[in-house]
Design a protein around this ligand. Structure first.
Ligand code: FES
Ligand SMILES: [Fe+2]
Length: 461
């Protein structure tokens, strides 16, 4: 007689875990990498229409996007009084300005006369003068003047004060929130703050910033970066040196999730004896990441992980003057991806920090914008480099055409090879169900739980 194995909601890959790999680190591993929090979030499926229906997308727009903290830009992008930039989300536009040396404000980007956008691109201004009829505001949102004041005597100072959004900063990022009653940013950032306490986000600068419109819903794009079970199939070339099915997943709070895959370690799906330490190093070098350059053969008796971690320490120190000697192998090599709900992903560790941001492309449920940033440490002896401007890839350009991405371009193109067909497949569904894994898709489950929570709260209020 055969028996059905009992359902184990906490089932895990049975081989070596990420924590086991950390046990072999050459340094003390930071406490945050030892933290684990993997609640069972249920096994429900999600309707495919949550990715494809305009009605659902409109609910997200009204009840979620108008109430969540969103990373708008970096502090370094508006260093001087009068520096400003524009952040667009759905059909809203936000004007973010440094209005005083220690003050950043965000306005609805709409002239209070007849509604023209006050600004359409980043720049530097001493006042905001609408290009249509010349109504003018101070940087702090106070109304200054208009060409024919005798005709506007019915409007008082308050009528003409630029409406503001909530603004918060964390880690050198500027966040905005349309909801005046939203919790404070730091209450939402929560555990991220101590996780990043030694990773110096404020002391980094934008080394590159690349954006592209994708033919899929924003969640399809974002969720392709919330699990690594797709790696063996989608990115088979990294199996020798990035772990996958034993990646660790955590849900630390309603808003903060994480996944970690070890670097310079082969996938546990590979026959370990068939992957030499030299093969691991060679395959890593072939991926053209600048932080791996100038390394040679692996000396006998040293693991690829220790060898490559030291090469990254040496290369980064030679490049920026900071001392990485105490940093663990994990902080030098591993893919440590945090998400702050709903659309901001920041890599942990001490290597160059990668940032992902996903947004709907206007009201189009089938289109999204993905951006990739790399933040490098400001050199120890300064000066702070200028942040790189955003490069927008055209529809015909591949991510690998952006040479600044290095080896990431090929990986991103492989990811993008799936996404349009995910969107099309979701529309072609025969049962309107998307089935998630219990553990490996845990971050995606949490993502949908939170979106639903915002929609439910919005509908009931
Ligand atoms: S719309 Fe801006 S001044 Fe008229
Ligand atoms: Fe991928």
């Amino acid at each position: 007689m055969t028996t059905t194995p009992e359902f184990d909601p906490h089932a895990r890959f049975e081989g070596e875990s990420y924590q086991d790999i950390l046990d072999r680190d050459s340094r003390e591993v930071p406490e945050c990498l030892r933290a684990e929090k993997a609640p069972y979030l249920g096994s429900d499926s999600v309707p495919a229409t949550h990715y494809t229906s305009q009605e659902r997308s409109d609910l997200e727009a009204e009840h979620m996007w108008m109430r969540v903290w969103q990373m708008a830009c970096r502090v370094e992008e508006i260093p001087n009084v009068g520096d400003h930039l524009v952040y667009d989300i759905i059909d809203k536009s936000v004007l973010i300005v440094r209005s005083a040396p220690d003050r950043i404000q965000a306005y609805y980007n709409t002239c209070l006369h007849r509604g023209r956008k006050l600004a359409t691109q980043a720049g530097h201004k001493s006042e905001f003068r609408c290009p249509f009829h010349g109504f003018t505001w101070e940087l702090n949102g106070d109304f200054r003047s208009c060409p024919t004041p005798w005709d506007y005597q019915h409007l008082n100072k308050e009528d003409l004060q630029l409406p503001e959004l909530k603004v918060g900063t964390w880690g050198g990022f500027i966040f905005i929130n349309f909801d005046k009653d939203a919790p404070e940013l730091m209450d939402v950032v929560g555990p991220l703050d101590w996780h990043f306490k030694d990773w110096h986000l404020e002391d980094r600068y934008i080394h590159y910033h690349v954006a592209k419109v994708l033919p899929c819903n924003w969640k399809v794009a974002a969720e392709a970066f919330m699990e690594s079970q797709h790696a063996p199939t989608t990115h088979p070339q990294i199996q020798t040196h990035v772990t996958d099915v034993n990646s660790q997943y955590d849900v630390f709070s309603d808003y903060v999730t994480r996944q970690i895959s070890a670097g310079a370690e082969p996938s546990p799906l590979m026959d370990r004896d068939s992957v030499s330490e030299q093969r691991i190093v060679d395959d890593m070098l072939s991926r053209r990441y600048k932080m791996y350059k100038d390394v040679e053969g692996v000396p006998p008796g040293i693991t690829a992980r220790r060898y490559m971690a030291q090469s990254v320490r040496d290369n980064l120190q030679a490049h920026n003057g900071h001392d990485y000697d105490k940093c663990s192998d994990a902080e030098m090599l591993d893919s440590i991806l945090y998400n702050l709900f709903p659309n901001f992903s920041v890599w942990g560790g001490m290597k160059p920090t990668r940032i992902y941001r996903w947004r709907p492309n206007g009201r189009d449920v089938d289109s999204s914008i993905m951006e990739v940033y790399q933040l490098d440490m400001v050199p120890r002896d300064g000066p702070r480099p200028q942040p790189s401007p955003m490069r927008v890839l055209s529809e015909d350009e591949r991510w690998s055409d952006a040479e600044e991405l290095g080896g990431l371009g090929v990986i991103a193109d492989q990811d993008m090879g799936n996404l349009p067909y995910v969107q099309e497949g979701l529309k072609a569904t025969g049962n309107n169900k998307v089935h998630f894994a219990n553990y490996q898709d845990m971050r995606i489950r949490q993502h949908h739980i939170m979106i639903q929570r915002y929609i439910d709260e919005g509908l009931s209020s």
